[in-house]
Design a binder for this molecule. Structure first.
Ligand code: GDP
Length: 175
């Protein structure tokens, strides 16, 4: 049995749903009042990827440090994948994704010198008051080097597991 240990970061503005995403993905729950402790925190999830491969994901949430927009290099160290998240009802959170991606690419790279595989997640697609249209997301995603983008709803558990599978698949293909 081959086991991969993958450090994955979850970044994006405050209130876009990062902690909820982590909680949903790791514990299978959506809890409105759930909030992680302040400071960098991580959770672990074990995936039985195939007959021969196990994947241990170490998922890092920036929990409360979003206001700095720029993260400490320590946080990025050893990361092999990244989720950049925004809220489809907040154009400000979408605009910030450019800064988050740039900060990531400036401070972290894979051992082979390439940029870290990064997926763009458009959360809260269950809400009717959406302001960020799909074609804008698509253009932005292609122009800024994301592996792909997906609409998700942590609340309705839509595309949460699928998004992580897509990212892990990409990470393993370059490893
Ligand atoms: P964080 O600051 O990025 O970690 O965001 P939180 O996980 O604390 O979520 C912020 C708020 O958005 C909370 O009130 C969540 O319940 C809510 N939220 C998270 N995901 C969704 C979603 O998919 N749909 C809706 N409607 N609300 C969500």
């Amino acid at each position: 049995m081959n086991e991969h240990l993958l450090k994955i970061l979850i970044i994006g503005d405050g209130n876009v749903g990062k902690s909820s995403f982590l909680h949903r993905y790791v514990n299978g729950q959506f809890n409105k009042t759930y909030k992680m402790t302040m400071g960098v925190d991580y959770a672990v999830k074990l995936l039985h990827w195939s007959d021969k491969e196990k994947v241990r994901l170490q998922l890092w949430d920036i929990a409360g440090q979003e206001r700095f927009i720029s993260m400490n290099r320590i946080y990025y160290k050893g990361a092999l994948g990244c989720v950049v998240m925004f809220d489809v009802t907040s154009s400000a959170s979408f605009l910030s994704c450019r800064h988050w991606k740039r900060d990531l690419d400036n401070k972290a790279m894979l051992p082979n010198g390439e940029s870290i595989p990064c997926i763009l997640l458009a959360n809260k697609c269950d809400l009717p008051q959406r302001v960020v249209p799909p074609d804008s997301i698509d253009r932005f995603s292609k122009a800024n080097g994301f592996i792909t983008w997906m609409e998700i709803s942590v609340k309705e558990n839509k595309n949460v597991g699928e998004a992580m599978r897509r990212l892990v698949q990409d990470i393993l293909s370059v490893e």
